[in-house]
Design a protein around this ligand. Structure first.
Ligand code: SDX
Length: 376
């Protein structure tokens, strides 16, 4: 190893690990999970099938899916202690704080907490995937002063999420759109939050600690926090007629427009294309087509003015809004999808681990003699 390491800002383009989970073609704008194109998965699979694919290597047979889904359903309830913790939080607490607290507290209460074996980690991956969904909805109901809605045993993962959030069983078309969005968010190679979970697990720390770290990373507006920011931008613009003037003013002020640009995709984010179709239908069905029209016009104007592409968070914003998801729950919802990919990466990291420890390039003062206090 040369002692004059080369600085690569943001580790752009650095390959930090080998992975069999996700094939991300940035130049071609293509994405596949273990060889299956995400457009096919989003349109034809369920989140449960994709979680099985990521954790166990292939799409399940019917019998495997029934057994796998039953395990996820059984893992949905959360400990009473978490309800108590949510009641202690200020009503205005950021739901991402509640989510990070949930990962840590579930780690304290998990029966396999001290077991880092592959078998225990698969069990923890399933529990975290089911329990964090319940935690998001439970915290939301408690902060509204409402009773939590217990998970339904007869609904799939996506439909049950919407049920626990609203207390109403969702229309099949909404559950399907939400299922597809969880699939599209499930995995994305070495993004900042996934890398964070891998760094933490590379020290042989436990899965819950790594997930708590991933939640802290995805919270940022340059990452998972962008979805919420996109919806706030659309609300700031207010009407389709205002888009052109907004874009001119924003770009003139060199404002960073959330939902646009990507570190890896240059031609386009394939997830945005699928989410655009889902958002169009959901906005039309909810009678809020304006948000979709505004998003399309914003997309066109920003792309024309700056060549920026909409990323995954751009069209998921009007979609989630049309599905009745509160804006400050957009990032927790992204976590509800990405937990599948994070835990799949952790299984990979533990299986072939090497401590992740890059270098820093020193730019401070040259070596110098210590000066005692009385002479400073
Ligand atoms: C996600 O990595 C992943 O895979 C992430 C993700 C996943 O699934 O895990 O895909 C999910 O996080 C999507 C990205 C969500 N974030 C946003 O939408 C925030 C807005 N986007 C930008 O901040 C930015 O595009 C990043 C952070 C996404 C990527 O930034 P880079 O690769 O560091 O690029 P950059 O900031 O150096 O920008 C390059 C140029 C700059 O212009 P110059 O200063 O060279 O003139 O493009 C401009 C930037 O100003 N630019 C933008 C812009 N994004 C880039 N200008 C205005 N608005 C933007 N959104």
């Amino acid at each position: 190893m040369s002692e004059a390491p080369e600085l690569i800002r943001g580790l752009e383009g650095v390959v930090a690990a080998e992975t069999a989970l996700c094939d991300l073609d940035g130049a071609g704008g293509r994405l596949a999970y273990r060889g299956y194109d995400i457009a096919d998965l989003a349109r034809r699979a369920t989140f449960e099938e994709v979680a099985h694919l990521l954790w166990r290597g292939d799409l399940p047979t019917k019998a495997q899916l029934d057994a796998f889904s039953a395990e996820l359903v059984a893992a949905r309830p959360i400990p009473d202690g978490l309800h108590a913790a949510f009641r202690l939080l200020p009503k205005a607490a950021d739901p991402m704080r509640a989510l990070q607290l949930s990962a840590a507290m579930l780690g304290a209460l998990d029966p396999d907490a001290a077991d880092n074996s592959p078998e225990a980690n698969v069990r923890k991956a399933m529990r975290l995937t089911s329990q964090l969904a319940t935690a998001i909805c439970t915290h939301h109901r408690i902060r509204l002063g409402k009773e939590p809605v217990p998970p339904a045993k007869d609904l799939g993962h996506a439909a049950n999420f919407l049920f626990m959030l609203t207390g109403e069983r969702p229309p099949a078309v909404n559950a399907r759109a939400f299922d597809a969005s969880l699939i599209l968010y499930a995995e994305h190679e070495m993004n900042a939050s996934t890398f964070t979970t891998r760094v933490i697990s590379s020290t042989l720390s436990d899965m819950h600690s790594a997930i708590a770290g991933g939640i802290g990373a995805i919270k940022g507006p340059l990452h998972g926090g962008a979805g919420e920011a996109v919806m706030l931008t659309l609300k700031e613009i207010g009407r389709v007629e205002n888009v052109d003037a907004f874009v001119e003013k924003a770009l003139g002020a060199k404002r960073r427009l959330m939902g646009f640009g990507h570190r890896v995709y240059r031609a386009g984010d394939p997830r945005a294309a699928v989410l655009r179709g889902l958002a169009e239908e959901a906005c039309r069905l909810s009678g809020e087509g304006m948000w979709f029209e505004m998003a399309v016009r914003l997309h066109e104007r920003v792309n024309r003015a700056k060549g920026l592409i909409p990323n995954v968070d751009f069209y998921s914003a009007p979609l989630f809004y049309a599905l009745g998801i509160p804006v400050d729950l957009f990032t927790p919802v992204i976590v509800a999808g990405r937990i599948a990919g994070w835990t799949a990466h952790l299984l990979e990291q533990y299986q072939d681990n090497r401590l992740i420890r890059p270098r820093g390039k020193y730019t401070g003062p040259p070596r110098r003699q210590f000066v005692p206090l009385e002479r400073r």
